[in-house]
Design a protein. Structure first.
Length: 444
């Protein structure tokens, strides 16, 4: 049985490990932290005793590999899918405009859903068909990689209002970057796969349990039953190379571990730290230095009473882009409410204190949900994820690395590697499958 060491227990590393173990490899996952799931994980918050995600995550029906992965683990039923794509857009004055897509063949479902959205004029809605036509014609070969989302949408006649109240919200949610920075190719794939895909693919899903609970103990059990294991608290500090191959990996206290194959499932900025100096600047790995991250701030707010009726909604003209009503989503019997707020592309928030952030959030919620003005904020938690996702800025795709590397026994996975998808859970899971397949091909 060939052995593999997977470095990193996020969604990419675990997807790779499960795929390899299912194909007959003996797999050891080494994870630096105490929990599994990396940037999409959860933990028990001490003050409230509640399970909190490391930032609210949305899944989409088009996350094909993620669904397969969770099905293998037996936890797919923990994702709650919307019956039809539906989102309430709430303005700062509390006005609600609803996108509610009926069960019609795609893309009719989306256009029928848009008709009821009263933030846009009829002609602005009709004009959106131009984006649909452009996406149908888009070749997927990087033809939109040199222009921003903003420039692309303007060239398709999208008005300021339709960009601000519709396309920008999709862009920031899916790409974690503003439309004047993000490349148009990345939005085109999201639109093709999700919004203009089948009704099933455009459905939004939310986990009804903590994100780590989707993975653990299912992954450990799956690997253990196939001769593998997951070791937490195992920080890998280096890759030792000899005769053009990885000889072993370096752990703390001068320990090393070896296997037939090695997979780095680390984010690009963490991979840089363990690469041998000789590789850091070579023509393959050196490309990493061109990649950048984009931040997400996640704010959890507890109130003494219900303040919103929806399970989740998008906010308009606010810094907070999305609000999730956790008690409703998790069918919790707890009194009061627990809201998860998301600020993506949060560069402007980097220097702000918790108090400043909470003040902004409360002001914005007060406008959007008048009930919150009478409610007492009981507690809060601010989570700053500086390196939340790979920034899909114009030209970035050429610097994403393939899962196969020039080192014959070293493979890569991670949401940032070249999958053709923006850096999401789906990209992470798909990259893990691709790395596993690359090992299999190498062996054959
Ligand atoms: C706040 C937030 C909100 C998001 N929202 C969404 C969303 O709604 N939908 C969506 O699809 N995606 C979303 N994402 C993106 C998604 O979380 C990531 O794309 C995905 O989790 C990346 O998984 P990964 O396995 O590639 O990397 P990671 O999750 O970063 O996994 C890497 C793992 O390696 C470990 N590690 C690091 N260094 C070492 C070392 N030296 N030795 C051993 N282990 C090490 C880390 O502890 C980590 O567990 C969001 C991300 C954030 C932060």
């Amino acid at each position: 049985m060939k052995s593999v060491i997977v470095i990193g227990g996020g969604w990419a590393g675990l997807s790779c490990a499960v795929h390899l173990a299912g194909s007959g490899y003996q797999v050891t996952v080494l994870e630096a932290g105490k929990r599994l799931g990396g940037r999409a994980s959860s933990f028990v918050e001490q003050k409230s005793g509640r399970t909190i995600d490391n930032g609210q995550h949305l899944f989409m029906g088009c996350y094909t590999e993620t669904m397969k992965f969770l099905k293998t683990l037996g936890t797919l039923d923990k994702l709650k899918f919307q019956k039809n794509l539906g989102v309430d857009f709430v303005s700062r004055t509390g006005k609600i405009s609803t996108l509610s897509c009926p069960r019609l063949p795609s893309p009719l479902h989306l256009f029928a859903g848009l008709l009821r959205l009263d933030t846009l004029s009829f002609s602005e809605k009709l004009g959106m068909a131009k984006v649909h036509r452009a996406v149908q014609k888009w070749d997927g070969n990087g033809s939109l990689s040199k222009i921003t989302v903003e420039a692309w949408l303007k060239s398709l006649g999208q008005s300021d209002r339709s960009r601000r109240y519709f396309w920008d919200l999709i862009t920031i949610a899916a790409l974690n970057e503003k439309s004047d920075v993000a490349e148009a190719d990345s939005l085109a794939i999201v639109l093709k796969e999700a919004f203009f895909g089948s009704i099933e693919k455009s459905q939004i899903a939310i986990s009804s349990v903590g994100l780590s609970d989707l993975l653990n103990p299912a992954c450990s059990d799956y690997l253990a039953s196939r001769g593998g294991k997951i070791e937490n608290d195992k920080l890998v500090t280096g890759l030792n190379i000899k005769d053009g191959q990885i000889q072993n990996i370096q752990l703390r206290e001068n320990r090393t571990m070896s296997a037939d194959y090695y997979v780095s499932a680390l984010p690009f900025f963490a991979l840089k730290n363990i690469l041998p100096d000789a590789l850091k600047a070579d023509s393959f790995f050196g490309r990493i230095s061109h990649l950048e991250s984009s931040p997400i701030f996640s704010i959890t707010l507890w109130f003494d009473r219900e303040v919103m009726d929806q399970e989740f909604c998008a906010l308009l003209d606010t810094h907070v882009q999305w609000v999730f009503n956790k008690n409703k989503i998790n069918r919790s019997q707890e009194t009061g409410s627990c809201l998860a707020l998301v600020i993506s592309g949060a560069r402007d928030f980097m220097g702000k204190s918790d108090d400043e952030i909470i003040k902004i959030c409360l002001e914005e919620l007060g406008g959007c949900f008048p009930k919150s003005k009478d409610a007492r904020p009981v507690s809060h938690l601010v989570q700053r994820e500086k390196n939340a996702t790979l920034s899909p800025k114009v030209g970035y795709a050429q610097y994403r690395l393939s899962q196969k590397t020039p080192i014959p026994n070293l493979f890569l996975c991670g949401d940032w590697t070249d999958t053709g998808y923006p850096a999401t859970i789906e990209s992470a899971v798909l990259s893990g499958v691709k790395a596993s397949q690359a090992i299999h091909e190498n062996r054959a």
